[in-house]
Design a protein around this ligand. Structure first.
Ligand code: SF4
Length: 374
């Protein structure tokens, strides 16, 4: 399969590993930003193949994991209404809110549907003009353009019974927050290649210069990850922070201009709370004022919700790279993909799910539902 098998070639992996071993002279901590990269690393054992001086820290780039509890609870309240068809990607159905999840809302009679595109939700709105159809719009810069397009289409076609519960997040402010944390141990970043395929690389040179860190735009296959690590280590050893693109087959410096134009039309930057981390200034998107009528929060007035994170869940520390999943006491005992205490155990990009699926000692294998990356 083109762009898959050739990027899993074991002979080339050995050569890249040899190059990394020959280059590294001291300990370095590299953060892979995206949960898709985390799963690739753990699944293929890349962290165990690297020289011991190199630690891979798992970053906060799982869209399901960072969606705040308050937003999940708002989704649950909206989805419980008898006049609502609530549409979401599959991962979100098992993410625990304060007391239940979307599966339980569906079991109790709520019309909750798994869709594979926001345009599916738009189609449902056209087919059911007597219903309010709400799409759960979460994710990073990768899922934001199609969501923006769905809202744009709803406005253009005059589909007034469609709305979106928006909780989009942006990567660069998260990198900034991580670097400003007093607990930060990150020496370099493997930036998320799919995010950069939309946004380009223009947001990163200023961050690299200000925090004096290498940022390497990196893909998702094993050779992509190893090439990202190789370049980051080379930059660190030379003392040369900056930005390199190790994923040129997908990422152009300018990104995707059409997608960026759609984002600029439909969304505006806002402060956003990240689950387990807190509010990061300028780290999210919300619907721009001219599209506010399609904002489900506005339409359904979901305010005054009391949110409660389970005290034993340490996903905030996992998402900041301060704790490895298996170091959480609940890991694999009271918290599994079937009985998750936190979103990082649910999502197909969650770090806790990755460790459970690929590195758990004993126990039965579990499945994690797939969702669009990003
Ligand atoms: S193992 Fe479960 S309880 Fe622990 S941090 Fe991960 S999701 Fe939370």
């Amino acid at each position: 399969m083109k762009y898959l098998e050739e990027f899993q070639n074991p002979d080339l992996a050995v050569r890249l590993l040899d190059d990394i071993r020959a280059t590294v002279t001291r300990p370095w901590a590299l953060m892979e930003v995206c949960g898709g990269q985390t799963h690739s690393i753990i699944r293929h054992g890349i962290d165990q193949l690297l020289p011991e001086q190199i630690e891979l820290i798992h970053g906060p780039g799982c869209p399901v994991c960072v969606t705040p509890l308050e937003v999940i609870d708002k989704a649950l309240e909206i989805a419980s209404r008898p006049d609502v068809v609530f549409c979401s990607f599959g991962d979100m159905l098992r993410v625990p809110g304060s007391g239940r999840d979307l599966f339980r809302v569906r079991a109790a009679g709520g019309d909750v549907r798994v869709v594979y595109s926001p345009l599916d939700a738009l189609r449902l709105a056209r087919e059911h003009p007597d219903k309010e159809v709400v799409f759960f719009g979460i994710g990073f810069e990768t899922t934001a353009p199609p969501n923006a397009m769905a809202v744009h289409q709803a406005a253009r076609l005059g589909i007034r019974n469609f709305s979106m519960l928006v909780s989009h997040v942006r990567v660069p402010p998260a990198i900034e927050a991580i670097m400003q944390s007093p607990d930060c141990r990150v020496d370099a970043f493997l930036a998320a290649g799919h995010v950069c395929s939309v946004m380009g690389t223009g947001e990163y040179p200023e961050l690299a210069e200000r925090f004096e860190v290498p940022i390497v735009v990196t893909g998702f296959e094993p050779l992509d990850i190893l090439e990202g690590v190789r370049r980051a280590v080379r930059m660190l050893e030379r003392g040369e922070p900056g930005v390199e693109n190790a994923y040129p087959r997908a990422v152009r410096p300018e990104g995707n201009p059409a997608a960026r134009a759609m984002l600029a039309d439909v969304f505006e930057v806002t402060d956003r709370a990240w689950r387990g981390i807190g509010t990061i200034p300028g780290s999210g998107w919300r619907l721009a004022e001219r599209y506010r009528e399609f904002d489900a929060e506005h339409r359904f007035s979901v305010a005054g919700i009391d949110t409660r994170e389970p005290a034993e869940c340490r996903s905030g520390e996992v998402l900041q790279g301060l704790l490895k999943p298996h170091q959480c006491e609940a890991f694999g005992t009271t918290c599994t993909p079937r009985t998750p205490l936190g979103a990082t155990m649910v999502s197909s990009e969650g770090a806790c799910a990755a460790y459970y699926l690929y590195r758990r000692l004993g126990g039965t294998p579990a499945t994690v539902e797939a969702t669009p990356v990003g």
